[in-house]
Design a protein around this ligand. Structure first.
Ligand code: SF4
Length: 324
C-alpha cells in the first residue's frame, strides 16, 4: 500500500464542518467527508469571523459605477467590505504559516466563491452583471496563492477536475516534505517515481524537471529546489490530455512488449482503443499495465505514482456530468 504525506488543505467551513450558512445550514459533501482521514483540513467561515451570525441576512457582491465590488447585505445594504478585507488580509498571514497545499472553496459564495459569483447592481431586486467574479475572500486567496490548486466543491463533482485536484495536492504535499529536509537523493527519487505521472501532464515540462534535477550548472540546492517547484506547479496546472496519457501508457507498455504473448498484447491494445474512444477510463488501462508490472516484477514501475497518485479513499468514479 502506498504511503501518502497528508496535504494541508483549506476548506470553507460550511462544507461538512459548520452550520454557518446564511440560513443556518451546513452543506453535506461526500468528498470532504472522505478527505477527513487522509488530509489535514483547515476550515473557517469568513462571514462568522467578521461577526455575522447564523442565520443572518444573505449578503451579495454589488458593483456600482464601474467601481470595485462591495460586499453588502442583500436587503438592508449593510456594508461588510472593509471588515471582510481586513479579516482576509489577517487570515492570509495565519495561513502562510500553515504550508497550505490547496484550497476547496464554497462555490458561488460572495465571500468564498472563486470565479463563479453573481454580481448585482444593487440591493433588493436588482439587475445582474453579465460577468461572474470571485468572492471577496476567494479573491484574496487567488491573489496570494496564484500557483496553488484552488477548486470549489461544485467543480470537483466533475471526475476529471477532482482527479487533477487531488493529484496536485498530494504531489505538492509530498514535495513539501522534500523541501523541509532537503537531501538531493530524495529529490531524485521524487522525480523518478513521478516520471510517468508527469509525462501524462506535459512531456516538455517533464524534461525541464529532469534537467533541473541533473543540475549540470551546479546551482546551489536552494535554487534547484525553487526552480523545480516553480516548474512542478506549472506542470500540475497543465491539462493531462488524452494524447499525453496515451503517450505515457505506451511508454509503460514498452517495458513488457517483448514478454507478453499475442493474446495479452491484443487485450492491452483493445483496452487502449476503448480508452481512446471514451469507452473506459484511463485508470482501467493503467490497471492492466500495473498487472503486467506485478507479474514481471518491474520494481521501477511499481513505485510509479501514476498508478495511485492519491489515496484510494478519494478515488470515486462518480461524475456530475457537469463540464463546468
Ligand atoms: S461560503 Fe464561506 S462565508 Fe459562506 S457560509 Fe460557507 S464558509 Fe461561511
Amino acid at each position: 500500500m502506498s504511503q501518502f504525506v497528508k496535504p494541508n488543505v483549506f476548506v470553507s467551513d460550511c462544507l461538512e464542518f459548520s452550520h454557518c450558512r446564511f440560513d443556518g445550514s451546513m452543506i453535506p459533501n461526500d468528498y470532504v467527508n472522505r478527505m477527513k482521514p487522509v488530509v489535514n483540513i483547515i476550515h473557517t467561515c469568513p462571514e462568522l469571523a467578521i461577526g455575522l451570525g447564523a442565520p443572518r441576512e444573505a449578503i451579495r457582491l454589488i458593483t456600482q459605477n464601474q467601481e470595485e465590488d462591495r460586499l453588502v447585505g442583500s436587503i438592508h445594504g449593510t456594508d461588510h467590505t472593509d471588515s471582510m478585507s481586513a479579516f482576509s488580509a489577517n487570515y492570509i498571514q495565519e495561513l502562510k504559516g500553515m504550508e497550505i497545499d490547496g484550497f476547496l472553496l464554497k462555490a458561488k459564495s460572495p465571500s468564498c466563491g472563486a470565479g463563479d459569483v453573481k454580481v448585482y447592481r444593487g440591493i433588493g431586486k436588482a439587475y445582474l452583471e453579465s460577468a461572474r467574479n470571485d468572492g471577496m475572500f476567494g479573491r484574496v486567496i487567488k491573489e496570494n496563492y496564484p500557483d496553488h490548486p484552488i477548486e470549489t466543491e461544485r467543480r470537483i463533482s466533475n471526475y476529471t477536475i477532482r482527479e487533477q485536484f487531488f493529484t496536485a495536492v498530494f504531489t505538492l504535499a509530498d514535495f513539501r516534505t522534500i523541501k523541509s529536509n532537503f537531501k538531493y537523493k530524495a529529490l531524485v527519487y521524487f522525480h523518478s517515481k513521478n516520471k510517468y505521472l508527469f509525462m501524462a501532464y506535459n512531456q516538455t515540462l517533464l524534461k525541464q524537471l529532469g534537467n533541473i534535477v541533473a543540475n549540470h550548472q551546479k546551482q546551489p540546492d536552494r535554487e534547484v529546489l525553487q526552480e523545480y517547484e516553480a516548474t512542478l506547479r506549472k506542470l500540475l496546472h497543465s491539462e493531462p490530455s488524452k494524447q499525453r496519457r496515451v503517450n505515457a501508457l505506451q511508454h509503460i507498455y514498452g517495458y513488457f512488449k517483448n514478454d507478453l504473448d499475442t493474446e495479452e498484447k491484443e487485450f492491452y491494445f483493445n483496452a487502449l482503443d476503448d480508452f481512446i474512444d471514451f469507452r473506459i477510463p484511463y485508470s482501467s488501462v493503467l490497471y492492466i499495465l500495473k498487472g503486467f508490472a506485478v507479474r514481471f516484477k518491474q520494481e521501477y514501475l511499481l513505485m510509479q505514482t501514476v498508478f495511485e497518485p492519491f489515496p484510494k479513499e478519494l478515488s470515486i468514479t462518480t461524475d456530475s456530468g457537469n463540464k463546468i
